[in-house]
Design a binder for this molecule. Structure first.
Ligand code: ZN
Length: 271
């Protein structure tokens, strides 16, 4: 079982370079990163940073949001997505996350938006496959439907993937799916289709005070983490457990300490 960290966990205190150094100092060899730190012009430099730290890319964030107010906007979203997929492939990322974004301002047509997103996913997953990587569909929590996503359950992600080729797969993030009464069944369905490429961990705090930036450290909330992991690994998933904690609270702490707490919590929960 490999544990790896997502850069978002250290967003406020570390540069990407510091994060990579901290990773290799701990004898770890893979991370997931965010596009904010990767401009198209500095891909070669980033490649060097990764090589120097002997760290490989697991997840690359991200493709999206998908804008669709006009055909031109939609085309631009697809082109931007292709550019990001090229970067992910060039960096050797295992997969690139697909972020739909929310409804266009003023629109209430959720069904129409979902259709455009399906169309975009079809195009971009084929492009990803051609580029040698995978478009990872990560359903987000339903409270984020409206401003962040129109993919809000694992069932929906599975339904979408059924219509896409081998260039698409699924990332399961416990924060987004833990509430779902169909979770076990949909995990099994994802596993049978051999499409789970990532497993993100954190915890759901009670109360959660902010939808985006109040995720908990594993063990501090109410998610049955071990149970979900057992179900995911029972499908044959042998990939990494990725820690991804967006939290004002943890961003303020000493990042070295946070890194070590993440690893020790994961080892005690998942080993
Ligand atoms: Zn995630």
């Amino acid at each position: 079982m490999e544990i790896l960290l997502n850069q978002a966990t250290f967003r406020k205190k570390w540069t990407l370079e510091q994060f990579l150094d901290a990773t290799s100092d701990r004898g770890l060899h893979r991370v997931s990163i965010w596009r904010d730190d990767v401009k198209p012009t500095d891909v070669a430099e980033l490649s060097q940073l990764l090589n120097r730290a002997k760290v490989q890319l697991f997840g690359y964030n991200r493709v999206g949001p998908i804008r669709y107010k006009s055909d031109a906007d939609f085309e631009t979203s697809l082109e931007d997505g292709e550019r990001q997929i090229d970067i992910a492939a060039q960096l050797g990322a295992d997969h690139i996350l697909f972020f739909t974004g929310g409804l266009e301002p003023g629109s209430k047509d959720l069904a129409g938006f979902r259709e455009k997103v399906s169309e975009a996913a079809k195009h971009l997953s084929a492009y990803a496959q051609g580029a040698g990587t995978v478009l990872a569909i990560e359903p987000l929590h339903p409270m984020l439907c409206g401003d962040r996503t129109c993919l809000t359950s694992l069932k929906q992600a599975n339904d979408l993937c059924d219509n896409l080729g081998d260039g698409a797969a699924i990332v399961i993030d416990v924060h987004h799916v833990w509430w779902d009464p169909d979770l076990s069944q949909q995990i099994q369905r994802s596993g049978e289709a051999d499409r789970i490429v990532g497993f993100h961990v954190n915890d759901w705090l009670v109360p959660t005070t902010h939808l985006l930036t109040d995720r908990g450290m594993m063990g501090d909330g109410v998610i049955e983490l071990r149970k979900v992991w057992d179900e995911v690994s029972a499908t044959g998933y042998s990939g990494s457990i990725e820690v991804e904690i967006f939290s004002e609270r943890w961003w303020e702490r000493d990042p070295d300490e946070v890194y070590d707490i993440c690893l020790s919590r994961c080892r005690s929960i998942f080993s």
